[in-house]
Design a protein around this ligand. Structure first.
Ligand code: 5GP
Ligand code: ZN
Length: 111
């Protein structure tokens, strides 16, 4: 049995605030937002992280990045940040690959 929390959200076994869904991707609000808008974009296939990706995932990764920009734009963000934490040492806590897309606050803390 797959114990992945994001797979459970994909299967609607646990609720999430879903912003967008198609055959390949699901986009929902982060449960602990760090900005006014904070989305998580995930592929519906379970891939652990960017570390597990290779050339065969190139198209999927490109689509995710463009989808994030499109949704940020639709939500009225003039600018936004994207973040991919990869591996425990890279700050990843949920091991189903995801893009964070966030923005909307007036003050930007530079990192
Ligand atoms: P990571 O640190 O792995 O890059 O980010 C995982 C993100 O998933 C965190 O920002 C966390 O708030 C979010 N998250 C963890 N569990 C859930 C959940 O059950 N629902 C939603 N919507 N977000 C979650
Ligand atoms: Zn998963």
């Amino acid at each position: 049995m797959n114990d992945c929390i994001f797979c459970k959200i994909i299967n609607k076994d646990i609720p999430a605030s879903i912003i967008y869904e198609d055959q390949e991707f699901l986009v929902f609000e982060d449960i602990k937002p760090i900005d006014k808008v904070h989305l998580l974009i995930i592929p519906k296939i379970h891939i652990e992280s960017l570390i597990a990706c290779n050339e065969t995932n190139q198209e999927m990764l490109g689509k995710m990045l463009l989808l994030g920009g499109k949704l940020a734009n639709q939500l009225g963000l003039k600018g936004y940040r994207t973040m991919i934490n990869s591996g425990a040492e890279g700050g990843q806590e949920v091991f189903h690959i995801h893009f964070h897309v966030y923005g909307g606050s007036d003050t930007l803390v530079k990192i």
